[in-house]
Design a protein around this ligand. Structure first.
Ligand SMILES: C[S@@+](CC[C@H](N)C(=O)[O-])C[C@H]1O[C@@H](n2cnc3c(N)ncnc32)[C@H](O)[C@@H]1O
Length: 316
């Protein structure tokens, strides 16, 4: 209980910017990072800055915190603190921007994947099935591909794969076929029209069905699996020996990728083999045999923590 009481106190503290986002597994994350006061840390997914503020509290005046967020909107949450550097970029460019800021290696890397509550609750961002808005779903509004673009231009086969793989939509094939049929009459622009046109093929609870469809589209729009793979591959060379890698994921595809990477040091198992086909030892020691999940107390105050899984590894 002590742990969670502290979390609630943190949330209510004056420096918390409104209700942008409630950080999940806050104390568990901080303890997994095992922060050295004058170390260099990276928060790949700054968002509302809940995790970052807690990291800053553990750093002394020599410590540094580099934070990434591909969404410019997150910048408003950056505290005025000389130890923090905000990089408004995708974390798939981790190594490049660390070099640019003259950091060769770091003591810890955190990624709390997915979208923030702020992004989800802003109707105009197009992430939520609860509102009518343009079918956007971009975390980074500078990038060209929106959800509408995907729905209106991808082949039926590609759409089928997206809904099947990223959303586990039961009738992904029928859905892809219906989308292609509908867009021949009129292109998709808004959430309400999309939902209305596809109402006839919904399987089961419509809210749950569209939540799965939207999750799949969001993952595709933001190339979330591709970005995670690039982050993981760069994390190992970027970490110092003994440095910590902490990843919080929210769906099984991400968690599986993280788990495999920690185990083999490669996303694709065969990449862990050398040219002679011999399996190389993973460069990481796994510190969480099972993923860490939210306590009952956290589940009560933050429903988003329900699907959160934290995994932690240390560079050998
Ligand atoms: C779940 S929120 C993080 C919340 C944060 N830990 C907090 O305590 O407020 C995820 C944030 O990461 C950002 N994000 C997601 N994927 C990203 C990526 N590939 N590169 C950079 N930022 C990303 C999103 O824009 C969002 O603001």
């Amino acid at each position: 209980m002590g742990k969670i009481t502290k979390t609630i106190d943190e949330l209510q503290s004056a420096d918390q910017p409104g209700d942008y986002h409630i950080p999940v597994l806050l104390q568990e994350t901080i303890s997994a990072l095992d922060i050295k006061p004058s170390g260099v840390y990276v928060d790949c997914t700054f968002g509302g800055g809940g995790h970052s503020r807690e990291i800053l509290k553990k750093l002394d005046e020599n410590g540094r915190l580099v934070v990434f967020d591909q969404d410019e909107a997150a910048r408003i949450n950056v505290p005025s603190d000389a130890r923090i550097i905000f990089v408004a970029q995708n974390f798939r460019y981790l190594q490049k921007f660390l070099r640019l800021h003259k950091f060769q290696q770091v003591d810890g890397i955190l990624a709390d994947l997915g979208v923030s509550s702020h992004q989800f609750d802003k109707a105009e961002r197009g992430f939520s099935t609860r509102f009518d808005a343009a079918l956007d779903m971009r975390m980074d509004s500078r990038q060209p591909t929106t959800a509408a673009e995907i729905l209106n231009t991808y082949t039926e086969q590609r759409l089928h794969k997206i809904f099947e793989k990223y959303g586990e939509v039961t009738n992904a094939k029928t859905l892809a076929k219906s989308i292609v049929e509908h867009r021949e009459i009129s292109l998709f622009k808004t959430i309400d029209v999309f939902k209305k046109n596809l109402h006839g093929i919904v399987k089961g609870n419509p809210n749950k069905y569209f939540a799965q469809v939207f999750q799949a589209l969001r993952i595709a729009v933001n190339d979330e699996m591709g970005a995670l793979e690039e982050l993981l591959n760069q994390a190992v060379p970027v970490l110092k020996t003994g440095g910590r890698l902490v990843i919080i994921s929210f769906h099984s595809l991400e968690d599986r990728m993280v788990k495999n990477f920690f185990k083999h040091g490669a996303v694709q198992e065969q990449e862990a083999d050398d040219v002679y086909g011999t399996r190389q030892e993973s460069p990481l020691s796994i510190l969480s045999k099972k993923p860490i999940t939210a306590s009952q107390a956290e589940l009560k105050i933050n429903s988003r923590s329900r699907s959160a899984k934290l995994r932690v590894a240390e560079k050998k």
